[in-house]
Design a protein around this ligand. Structure first.
Ligand code: MCA
Ligand code: AMP
Length: 481
């Protein structure tokens, strides 16, 4: 396969590549640092990367790709339980970290390689096979612990090139965002995307409307964010002329990872005259559809299939729905070079995810408008929650809750939240009704074991969970009160 990052060797040396806060690397510096690190890790079976929002994470992932060593990005805030699972499942030979990083207990036994962003080494020939695994990204399912989606190099190249075509994304673009780097959105689109184009990234460290305002008013051309970030922009924009100017001047404002509420889309459009465009993807499929830069950003739609992506809507029995009437709802299935190759160590789950003829079952329910625009209307699984753009499985939280001595029974649901899209609600039958664990205690228990974004934001106490005749918890009855 052709190199993933031609700009590392072809572009003018002093061209800016990455900036995180005050720290920055040109293409020449990035090539030297990633080349040096690739030389140190070459031959490793797999490496874990402690994916803090830093230059080190970007250099580590680029180095792993240059060395043809699959990288497993780790959430730096993952709790012990989640980390132990990911390490046991992915068995990394090395851990790549920033030199000053304090490691939690489960990571201390790994062989640590500190990333030196000022090191210099030659760039290896970046022409590895397209099928070679590039990243293993962990994603939640409805039950059990997260699964590692194995993303081959060709999927990264296919998705980034399809987005470049749809968005007219070039090396002249300067991207700004404050997304985490352990998921596809922030890492693949947000870091590898600009580097594949020979453009640059300014990462905010953490999202703030002030950071967005500053960078867009200082020459950034594109903004990526999850709907929670656009909600916060919509809340701030009317009283903030600098933010209005920033958004008005941007070439492209892109939202993804969850549905952008029509209300927030409308508020931003009214205040700035600019429309946010939505794209739709998944860890397993990378990007499937998008509103094109030259297309109509109709609120509530995720646009049309990207180049190379086959997309169909199907009935329950996998028969295709051909109607484009904006009304007939079916599950989205996709096929194309953008797809993952397997769930690591989970042939059962991999097989269940595909039809016999290779279509991936997304679990997202949608309709298609007469002009082919896709409108996502629902999700098949009630046990998946999208909060702040993170996908979170009810089952993994329920399992963590049941490990608390004060919890006898537990069920987890999502309920609408203006900021997060959905907030996690824990329904608990306390072991001792006289002294139930407090909401803070319950949230801390989950945050410590899994991750802070998986913590319940609301805890409700019950004498018993509603169950059907089979003994199954009736979640809809809980949610409907
Ligand atoms: C709060 N915190 C706690 C606790 N409570 N820590 C430990 N124990 C507790 N009990 C800490 C948090 O760690 C965090 O620390 C701070 O308090 C605030 O946390 P939180 O309330 O969760 O943050 P937020 O402000 O609500 O976050 C909103 C957000 C975030 C910034 C929008 O949700 C976010 O970054 N979302 C992006 C998700 C994403 O990238 N998804 C892509 C996957 P501290 O202050 O240190 O931070 S989907 C994907 O990749 C597909 C392919 C796609 O289509 O894109
Ligand atoms: P994840 O598994 O975390 O990568 O999340 C993928 C899921 O996020 C998809 O299956 C969709 O349910 C949802 N998603 C991503 N982008 C959008 C979007 N633009 N609109 C609605 N849902 C989205």
């Amino acid at each position: 396969m052709t190199p993933l990052f031609p700009a590392l060797t072809h572009d003018p040396a002093d061209r800016p590549a990455l900036r995180f806060g005050e720290r920055a690397l040109t293409y020449a510096q990035l090539a030297a640092a990633a080349g040096a690190l690739a030389g140190r890790i070459g031959g490793a079976s797999r490496v874990a990367v402690r994916a803090t929002p830093t230059l080190e994470t970007a250099v580590a992932v680029v180095a792993a790709l240059l060395a043809d060593v699959p990288a497993v990005p780790l959430n730096p805030k993952s709790g012990d339980r989640e980390l132990a699972h990911i390490l046991a499942d992915s068995a990394p030979a090395l851990l790549l970290t920033a030199p000053d990083d304090q490691l939690p207990a489960p990571l201390r036994d790994l062989t640590r390689v500190d990333v030196d962003v000022h090191a210099t080494g030659p760039v290896p020939a970046d022409d590895h096979a397209g099928q070679a695994p590039a990243l293993v990204v962990y994603t939640s399912g409805t039950t059990g612990p997260p699964k590692g989606a194995v993303l081959p190099r060709r999927a990264l190249a296919a998705t980034l090139d399809a987005l470049a075509e749809a968005w007219q994304w070039t090396g002249d673009d300067v991207l700004v965002h404050g997304l985490p780097l352990f998921h596809v959105h922030g890492l693949v689109l947000g870091v590898l995307g600009p580097l594949r184009r020979g453009g640059s990234l300014r990462h905010l460290g953490r999202f703030s409307t002030q950071g967005v305002t500053r960078e867009l008013n200082a020459g950034a051309t594109m903004l990526f964010g999850v709907p929670t970030m656009y909600h916060r922009i919509a809340e701030a924009v009317t009283g903030d002329p600098d933010l209005v100017k920033a958004l008005t001047g941007a070439r492209l404002l892109v939202s993804g990872s969850a549905a952008l509420p029509v209300h927030d889309h409308g508020r931003i459009a009214t205040a700035t005259g600019r429309r946010v465009i939505e794209r739709y993807g998944m860890t397993e499929t990378l990007m499937n559809t998008s509103v094109r830069a030259d297309g109509e950003a109709r609120p509530g739609t995720v646009g049309v299939p990207l180049r190379g992506v086959e997309l169909r809507l199907v009935e329950e029995d996998d028969t295709e729905i051909t109607a484009r009437d904006g009304q007939t709802v079916g599950e989205i299935q996709v096929r194309g070079p953008n797809l993952f190759s397997e769930y690591l160590n989970r042939p059962d789950a991999t097989a269940a995810a595909f039809t016999a003829d290779g279509w991936f079952r997304t679990g997202d329910m949608a309709v298609r408008d007469p002009d082919g625009y896709v409108r996502i209307v629902d999700r098949k699984a009630t046990d998946l929650i999208k909060s702040g753009g993170y996908k979170i499985g009810a089952g993994e939280i329920e399992n963590a809750l049941l490990e608390h001595p004060g919890v006898r029974e537990a069920a987890v649901t999502g309920e609408p939240d203006a900021d997060l899209g959905e907030r996690i609600v824990a329904w608990i039958v306390p072991a001792d009704p006289g002294s139930p664990p407090s909401a803070e205690e319950v949230a801390g228990h989950v945050a410590e074991r899994l991750a802070p974004h998986k913590r319940p934001r609301v805890v409700r106490y019950l004498d018993a969970l509603p169950r059907n005749d089979m003994g199954k918890i009736m979640k809809r009855a809980l949610a409907d009160g």
